[in-house]
Design a protein around this ligand. Structure first.
Ligand code: SF4
Length: 411
């Protein structure tokens, strides 16, 4: 939106008081996020009664009435996730009616990291998920389109290509009537250039069908040895209530199989604690799976009821139990994360600088996608050697070592 509006001659300012039009881009994945956004919109409306407000993104798509109520009494436009390209129209006119017309929107990639969405929506119907209300159908973007956008990103200097969607593994099922991720990824890898590909999240039910092809991709030197497979719960009883379409055994099989075939792989997963129907024994089963498999990176979310979802209507787990379980699981994943990271302390490794960190630090990614924080400002997009000197449960700490690996790909 910033790109599209500035190419039309609008000036982007960061302070609300300097703006004629204030754009609020939203997320709706958690209830506390919703509440903060609504609160912010109301504050802006009260502080600047003469300014127009544009609200864009998932909250608009999933809960337009809540957003409209917050905007009542002021000039405004609404943009659903599929209407982002209409930002300039939204500035000129007041758009009140939202559309779900599956428009494809990409923004130009001028960074070292290029995010390339390859599809929108998913084939799932998970009980807790509000994303599928905002993005109701799987819409895989055409291969030629994704390739064109990736080539543009590589040409403009991208060194890390992140392929993203709600469920990467499902790519192609709608448009091509078959799994097409492996084919698409191979074509991307054939694009000449010095870049790394990061594969996004893949649900187990689709990954099971393409696992050998995905393993082949993960072994490619231009692909980070990193895979994100959301488990959500370690109990089959709860996975059923969640309407997830795989079993704990499927997940365990995938993790073990990938680890056997791809050396140094980093596996990430997602867990929700406190989903309706989660009994003590279900929670314990989740703890046991994480403990047994030692998943390197676990993203934990405490369940919050989302409107218009199946789980909203179910009897809820008491808040103090949810909080207790969250604390317990966080303790575990911090220990596991620290153990996974400590293995690298004392080693020298190659890493690609991709982001600037806080306090004049640089963040580089190892080939297994571990972030290494280096206390030095280093130009982005460079392969360097780093000595790993310390680790936290979340990242590695390193010092730049002698030797330069540029230009060219890692050996
Ligand atoms: S959580 Fe389930 S319904 Fe929501 S986007 Fe992922 S697969 Fe789709």
């Amino acid at each position: 939106m910033m790109y599209l509006s500035s190419s039309r001659g609008y000036n982007i300012v960061v302070r609300e008081e300097e703006a004629d039009v204030v754009v609020v881009n939203t997320c709706t994945v958690r209830r506390d996020t919703d509440e903060r956004i609504i609160d912010r919109i109301v504050k802006i409306k009260r502080a600047y009664p003469n300014k127009k407000i544009i609200v864009a993104g998932c909250l608009v798509s999933a809960q337009p009435y809540t957003v409209k109520k917050a905007l009542d009494g002021t000039r405004y436009s609404l943009l659903s996730t599929h209407m982002i390209a209409e930002i300039n129209k939204a500035i000129r006119e007041d758009i009140k009616k939202i559309k779900f017309n599956q428009n494809k929107v990409f923004y130009p990639q001028k960074n070292v990291i290029a995010i390339i969405p390859i599809a929108d929506g998913c084939t799932g119907a998970c009980s807790f998920c509000i994303t599928r209300i905002a993005r109701p159908l799987l819409n895989s973007y055409p291969i030629e389109y994704v390739l064109r956008k990736t080539k543009e990103a590589v040409r403009s200097g991208a060194r890390e290509i992140q392929l993203t969607s709600q469920d990467l593994g499902a790519y192609g099922l709608d448009r091509y009537r078959k799994y097409m991720l492996p084919e698409l990824a191979k074509m991307i890898l054939d694009i000449p250039g010095d870049f790394m590909v990061r594969l996004g999240m893949m649900n187990p039910e689709h990954l099971l069908n393409i696992i050998d092809d995905v393993i082949e991709l993960l072994r490619d030197q231009k692909v980070y040895k990193f895979i994100h497979i959301p488990l959500q719960s370690g109990s089959n009883h709860l996975l059923k209530i969640m309407n997830r379409r795989y079993t704990v055994e499927d997940f365990t099989y995938l993790v073990k199989y990938i680890r056997k075939k791809v050396e140094d792989i980093m596996i990430a997963t997602d867990i929700i604690v406190g989903h309706p129907g989660e009994r003590d024994q279900d929670f314990e089963e989740t703890i046991n799976v994480l403990r047994e498999l030692e998943i390197e990176r676990v993203h934990i979310a405490q369940y919050t009821p989302r409107p218009r979802t199946l789980a909203y209507a179910l009897p809820q787990v008491k808040p103090h139990i949810r909080k207790y379980r969250l604390r317990k699981i966080l303790e575990l994943i911090e220990k596991i994360g620290l153990r996974a990271h400590r293995k690298y302390v004392g080693k020298k490794t190659k890493a690609l600088t991709t982001e600037l960190g806080n306090n004049r630090t640089t963040i580089a990614r190892t080939q297994s996608y571990y972030p290494v924080i280096i206390k030095e400002e280093i130009p982005l997009g460079k392969w360097i050697y780093v000595n790993i000197i310390d680790a936290t449960y979340y990242d590695l700490r390193g010092k730049r070592a002698r030797g330069d690996l540029n230009p060219g790909l890692p050996a």
